[in-house]
Write a new protein. Sequence first.
Length: 553
Amino acid sequence: MGLAKELFEINPEDIGDLEQAKLIIGKLFIIIESFHQDIQALKKTNQELKDEVNRIKGEQGKPNIRPNVKPNAQGDISSDCERKDAESVRGGKPRHQKKRKKPKPTRTQRCRLNKDALPPDIVSKGYERNTIAEVYFHVEYVEFKRDKYYSPSLKKTYIAPLPEGYTREFSPSVQAWVIAMKHELNSTESVISQFLNDRGLEISPATVSRMLTKDLDRFHQEKAAIFQAGLRCRTFAQSDDTKARVKGKNQHAHIFCNDQFTAFYTKPKKDRMTLLDILRMDKKREFVLNAEALELLRVWNLPEKRLLRLTPARGDRRYTEPELKALIQVLFADKALPPTYEKLIQEAAYIARYHQEDCLKALVCDHAPQFRFIALFLALCWVHEGRHYTKMQPIIAYHQKQLAAFRKQFWLFYGSLLDYQREPTPEKAIEVNSGFDSLCAFKATYPELKDRIAKTKANKTELLYVLTDPSVPLHNNESELGARKKVRDRDIRLHTMSEEGTRANDMFLTLRETARKQAVGFMAYILDRLSGSYAMTSLADLISQNHPAVSSA
């Protein structure tokens, strides 16, 4: 308001030259943009208050209906179109449908003409061949005649076992169909039960639920092996999270992935401790108050007088969680430590211990604070960075032109990063580095744009991690696609009803998405495991065979 007060006191007759007029007009533009943002915020608050009043009266608030917008139109905050345009200009992979292979017929059926209805001079010209797909779904009830013997001396009965995977009622193929319908067709338990009942297989929703949640240890072990192999095969992982519901309560679905696998973990929290638990495969927590831990606390602005209290405990001794809490109580016995500071100490000590292990080298993610300091290095997503500029909606034409000009330069620079990825050389690295500085030197008078450019510049190291490792992707789309799978699952079923069901759901999603990346049929793979044949190579072994482990150091 200081700038506004200054301008309100200006007398137009006192403006002496063109430069002074330009300066005043520029300040007026800034004030108009500021007032516009304030008005939009007040409108939003006012609508929220109206909706709340309506709900108190027992009525409904204004529905949240998204407007119809074209790509990159005003109000569309996606930057994917610009990213794809930048990739296509530089020879990105064209998106086209795969050419279908001509199927081989499994049986032949002849179609005959009635010759009596044809002219008498017809001559045979062979056959017109058409291969047409047929699908059959039929139910068989197989009776197993199991040898049965009795030993009078031992008073014991011996019965031949059923084949692997068979229960008293259902075969492995039935369970494989149930799992595939749930996790490939996104069907609910009641729909699966109804579908199978309509085709002659009597099965209840409760039995379907048991098939989807019970006795799945072999698959949980495969998920763990996939996660370990996926992290070993690359120097990086991508991560994102989305909301989840478990028995009516909010939780968080965490996604870790790269081009070889996708893994899902639903947890009550989404802080650093939770992410480290996932990366450490839920092993017992260990903490170390070494030099790295103390330096992290200094970066997180823990007061120096608090840091001095921790100095006597500095070293490589490993603490359990109860031991660390007891140590903190001793070190701060005369003055209790605030819970926020205690949590910071735990996080720093946990990160320091994780970095002593075979830890993740680089994590590709967005700007969320919980992702920072987990891996040795952080690589920020360029699509997320571009989204900040897409969200801006200036109303002054001059500012709109500035924003459009910067966004054009932004995606041109993104294209130069793609060029470097394809052919990384020291010369190109120098060009990219100077190109980033030129991009952030853009002269902007639009305040929001100016502030955002400054934030982009501050993240230079994380945005240009590709110069250190060209194999690291420039965006986090892989994990965002994984998050969409989880959101789709949540939209259909709303929430899981137990911890067991939540783990099973995450596990099958992991197997399904990883199988797709490894070009393996999900249902065929599940049936191979349930039947006990194990003829198909495990997904973890496929990852390891195609991409041997790389050092994370």
